[in-house]
Design a protein around this ligand. Structure first.
Ligand code: SF4
Length: 400
């Protein structure tokens, strides 16, 4: 069945009055809202909040201006309740993210309720037979909402090329599921989750987007754009085109196609409002050479895809930003990709990264995952330097 994706463009994505108008136009294109959302619904909106600090103007997370305009638009349908709900990334605190990024004020002025999904219960639901996950634990609040709106921010991502509608659903799961996704294969796991959890509507915050080293260390892009659609695959396909990314470069979209999930055929996607060409703005990818000033670091590439080298580059950048000099590293050999072989040179610490290096899983510094989260790579570098880990024991990430 064909899908529609609506696109609206404005001039100033920080101006609430203007964003309200944009949101009303978006809903009139894709809805209107009263047609989409039955009166008296319990509406749950799931943003993407990826920071405990006030960083929404950097394009890291779904912004409060966007959220206020979205809640107000939903309230025109006379819902029983509007809930803004998130289960934030591993190592972060949802409530701190709400407080730091203006969500408490949004809740105060709109009457919406903020909900940390980790405070509630999760239900196990079966994922497609023969897949990676078998089942996945998803927030009961999300599953029981009468109307579920997925409200991601638009950004590039080191492990998934882009982060928009499909990726944002990971924030409906438990901490352990998030670890399991990274351990088993992030993009495949995400796609399987999307096969069993389908938002009623996806509304993408492209007011301040992010390019480069997403999800956290990229550069803000004042795109001043909103998108909406009922099909997450179609929304991400059009988002990719807007960002100058061929959808075939986005693994979750390719996997969706393989699973017959959603609408990925662009001939079948009707674009409403602005055209792709009118809003197209090529985004820099999370992709730069992996280099180190530290003399004693040796990289061994063996057909690694971009995700492991990008994650390591981002991890090293974060350590530097935290004032940790990589010059403190002893001589270290870092291997990635299924063809990389550690030389075992005397005097080198061995650091095999990613499931492609599983043959070295017995080594003390092996970092599991596909890709491992950047913070797990960072923690292993810390451990090698004799600095305490920040995100707990590595064994919590090994799930066999
Ligand atoms: S483990 Fe291998 S396939 Fe997975 S992200 Fe790393 S290099 Fe790519």
């Amino acid at each position: 069945m064909p899908a529609s994706v609506a696109i609206v463009k404005g001039k100033n994505g920080k101006d609430l009055k203007e964003v309200r108008k944009m949101m009303a136009e978006l809903f009139s294109l894709i809805g209107p809202a009263p047609k989409l959302i039955p009166r008296g619904s319990r509406v749950l909106i799931k943003p993407n909040l990826t920071a405990e600090e006030n960083l929404w103007e950097r394009g890291i997370l779904t912004g409060p201006v966007f959220m206020q305009a979205l809640v107000e638009e939903v309230q025109k349908t006379r819902p029983e309740e509007v809930i803004i709900a998130e289960a934030i990334a591993i190592g972060l605190n949802t409530k701190k993210a709400f407080a730091a990024n203006g969500y408490e004020e949004v809740a105060r002025v709109t009457g919406a309720r903020l909900l940390d999904l980790y405070d509630g219960e999760f239900e196990e639901i079966k994922t497609p037979a023969g897949g990676l996950l078998k089942s996945v634990r998803v927030s009961r609040e999300v599953l029981r909402a009468d109307f579920f709106i997925n409200a991601p921010v638009l950004k590039t991502h080191f492990a998934s090329t882009l982060s928009a509608a499909m990726k944002n659903l990971k924030g409906t799961t438990t901490y352990d599921e998030k670890k399991r996704f990274h351990y088993l294969g992030l993009n495949k796991a995400l796609t399987e989750l999307n096969a069993v959890l389908k938002p009623h509507l996806n509304v993408v915050d492209g007011l301040i987007a992010m390019e480069g080293d997403g999800p956290i260390a990229g550069t803000p892009v004042g795109l001043n754009m909103l998108m909406a659609g009922t099909d997450a695959v179609a929304v991400d396909t059009i988002a990719a085109r807007i960002m100058g990314i061929d959808p075939t470069e986005v693994l979750s979209l390719c996997l969706a196609q393989g699973m017959g999930l959603g609408v990925w055929d662009e001939e079948e996607i009707k674009v409403l409002g602005r055209s792709i060409e009118e809003v197209r703005r090529p985004f820099a990818r999370a992709c730069a050479p992996l280099e180190s000033d530290a003399e004693k670091v040796r990289f061994l590439h063996g057909q690694a895809c971009n995700a492991c080298p990008n994650g390591l580059r981002i991890a090293m950048g974060r350590l530097k930003a935290a004032g940790i000099s990589l010059e403190e590293l002893p001589a270290v050999e870092i291997s990635m990709g299924y063809e990389a072989r550690l030389s075992g040179s005397a005097g080198y610490v061995q650091l095999p990264i990613g499931n492609c290096q599983k043959q070295y899983k017995h080594l003390p510094n092996y970092v599991p995952g596909c890709p491992p989260p950047a913070f797990l790579m960072g923690d292993q570098l810390r451990e090698i330097m004799g600095i305490p880990r920040r995100f707990g024991s590595k064994k919590d990430f090994i799930m066999e």
